[in-house]
Design a protein around this ligand. Structure first.
Ligand SMILES: NC(=O)c1ccc[n+]([C@@H]2O[C@H](COP(=O)([O-])OP(=O)(O)OC[C@H]3O[C@@H](n4cnc5c(N)ncnc54)[C@H](O)[C@@H]3O)[C@@H](O)[C@H]2O)c1
Length: 333
């Protein structure tokens, strides 16, 4: 019988692509997000949020309207809704990606993060325990490593200095998952993602934000005077890693944490240079100081991931950005 996977945050960047990939591999996928699947727009009054709603609905249309994918609207901050969903679906595997995901937004509106990232996470975790879910994988983040320059970052390193409230919520998620293992033997795997980019990406993240601005010949601001370094991970590589971890059942026996990144940090100026070559345009660059919540470097030690799943793909930055730019120009047409 086909195993049933519940993917939360499925209208999001990583969740939409993961859901469709799992479906092609023969899983029965239940995809859930707070968004309605119909073309309904909340009146949020600003163009960024309207764009975001449209993007999420387009992802639902593109990735999730398929046989063997059921799309369900559910707000994970409502305990009764999450409980109802689990009771009806009885998933074998849960991949929990739903969250408020922007570091900078957590400086402006930390309370938004309490609902989805703390309450929502607790509701999903509790249901995994109650309904004896075999495999529970959830999204953590490289931001838990804080502002440090000694690299690479390993899962055994101390993490106790979050630079943003977002990072604090992800650290809390890891602690909550560990406590559920101690109390109830609920197994889990926290996946620390490192700056995921690619087609259908998030408009609030640097790759898409910069690409849009360069296309419009608007100046782009490079914080930290362009010296920040990020371990960019192509979305296809991320989805491959998650899928392999499900297939191999690596999350089954304990509470565990793993980095999902390549140990290949790239300076933001070099990143912009490569992006501009892909766009065949010259960027207008403004250097700016570090922002509150920024960290100077992210760099994943991926030895643990490799020991769990073996070799995993490393799409070169130029190839990944070419795919992203191609998607962007098709979307604008
Ligand atoms: N993209 C990255 O580079 C990156 C890096 C580190 C960690 N992460 C984490 O990975 C996960 C997926 O990231 P993404 O880039 O796809 O983000 P995304 O914002 O595209 O997707 C998150 C989804 O969660 C949904 N959501 C938020 N609150 C919800 C609620 N209360 N109920 C139901 N759904 C809700 C949103 O509607 C959205 O579709 C997130 O947990 C994020 O924090 C991402």
């Amino acid at each position: 019988m086909k195993r049933k996977v519940l993917v939360t945050g499925a209208a999001g960047f990583i969740g939409s692509r993961l859901s469709s990939h799992l479906q092609t591999l023969g899983y029965k996928v239940v995809a859930t997000d707070i968004y309605e699947s119909k073309n309904q727009f909340f009146d949020v009054g600003d163009s960024h949020h309207l764009y975001l709603q449209k993007l999420r609905q387009d992802r639902i249309e593109h990735f999730l309207r398929r046989q063997d994918i059921e799309y369900v609207t559910c707000d994970i901050s409502h305990q009764a809704s999450v409980d109802h969903l689990f009771r009806r679906v009885c998933p074998d595997v849960v991949v929990h990606l739903a969250a408020q995901a922007g570091v900078r937004h957590s400086v402006k509106a930390p309370m938004d993060f309490v609902k989805s990232n703390l309450m929502g996470f607790a509701h999903v975790l509790e249901c995994c325990q109650q309904f004896n879910v075999e495999e529970f994988l959830y999204a953590s983040s490289s931001s838990v490593y804080g502002a440090r320059t000694n690299a690479p970052f390993s899962e055994t390193d101390r993490i106790d200095r979050p630079e943003s409230f977002y990072a604090a919520t992800k650290m809390a998620n890891e602690a909550m998952a560990f406590s559920y293992y101690s109390q109830y033997k609920t197994p889990s795997l926290g996946m620390r993602f490192f700056t995921v980019y690619g087609p259908w990406g998030r408009p609030d993240m640097a790759p898409m934000l910069f690409a849009e601005k360069i296309r419009r010949r608007q100046p782009i601001q490079l914080f930290g005077n362009g010296l920040l370094k990020r371990d960019f991970t192509y979305v296809g590589d991320t989805v491959f890693a998650i899928t392999r971890m499900i297939e191999l059942g690596v999350s089954k026996s304990k509470a565990n944490i793993v980095n999902v990144g390549h140990a290949n940090p790239i300076q933001v100026t070099e990143f912009v240079q490569t992006l501009s070559e892909c766009l065949d345009m010259t960027p207008v660059i403004e250097l700016a100081p570090m922002q509150v919540s920024d960290v100077p470097l992210t760099c994943s030690n991926d030895e643990k991931l490799s020991s769990l799943i073996g070799e995993w793909p490393h799409t070169p930055l130029k190839e990944g950005l070419t795919n992203m730019v191609h998607w962007l120009s098709e979307r604008h047409h």
